[in-house]
Ligand binder design. Sequence first.
Ligand code: SAH
Length: 343
Amino acid sequence: MLHLLEQTADQWQTWFADRELPAYRARQVRGWLFAKRAGEFGEMTDLPGALRQQLAEEFQIWTMHTAAHRTAGDGTEKLLLETADGQRVECVLLRDDRQRCTVCISTQVGCAMGCVFCASGLDGLARNLTSGEIVEQVLSLNRLLRAEERLSHVVVMGMGEPLANLDGLLPALEAATGRDALDISARRITISTVGLPGGIRRLAGHDRAYHLAVSLHAPDDALRNQIVPTNRKVGIAKILAAADDYFDRTGRRVTYEYVLLAGVNDQPDHARQLAALLRGRPALINLIPFNPVTGLEYRTPNPATTAHFAEVLQHGGLTVKIRHRKGERIDAACGQLRRGEGK
Ligand code: SAH
């Protein structure tokens, strides 16, 4: 059986054309899946019965099953999905008071980057997710929305390093942006990377300009090498050069993420160095106070330290946002997603 969500819009149309079925039937099925949030062909009541049956014989819509579904008081929901080969990934639905509905999706089972403060890489990398599995996360979360809610944003900030799996991610994002699919504007889709210069440049040449977020976390290579080990192979200068290039080619302002680890990278001096490093760039700094991870000893700075860090950056001329924690009670916050038992 073919995985329906793995088909590109072109492949999907070709399937109908090859069988001399009208092109609008292809759009109808996509409309049922994306806009009407259908779960099976049987629900697609305006399709001829014979076509529904043929589709059901040849295509599988869902290849993953929900192993756990948790809901937090702030409206955050987390799904633990199990793939056909028994791998587990997590993805999250976030709601905010401005009626934004954001899905946070994973691109890999585990992660190979080894950032010392993150749960996702603790057990290493098992494999890339397929584009169909990535779309499936988006649609599974979409189906959790109430009728009056609409998916407005996608953040690729779940498990894995998205730029290490662009072949899976880019076709999947076509389903998010496609007019006949979810029709979400590219500017509302954020791809967060540990900073792989080759991947950033490839993304800059792509025909849709997504919002890029770079996980910097330290103002110099000595400190970054310690907390983001993959930095030893790259170095901050090359990452910033690629990010500058991204801005030049797309016109999209780049966000720099900075996880605050108490006593490690949260001192006023770090903020001053960071301001100096990024000065003159049209950058947004997103401060993320550390979210606790079972088994890791790092601590969250107190609110006053975080606020002071932000002020120093602002005095240095930078635009700063502090990312407020969501879904913490269900371990759905940044860096808490894992392959584990779905805690
Ligand atoms: N691999 C991508 C996506 C990771 S998740 C990347 O590195 O950007 C999105 C953000 O959460 C990253 O900036 C990541 O460094 C951060 N993060 C990871 N663990 C965290 C933790 N325990 N607390 C707060 N933020 C964390």
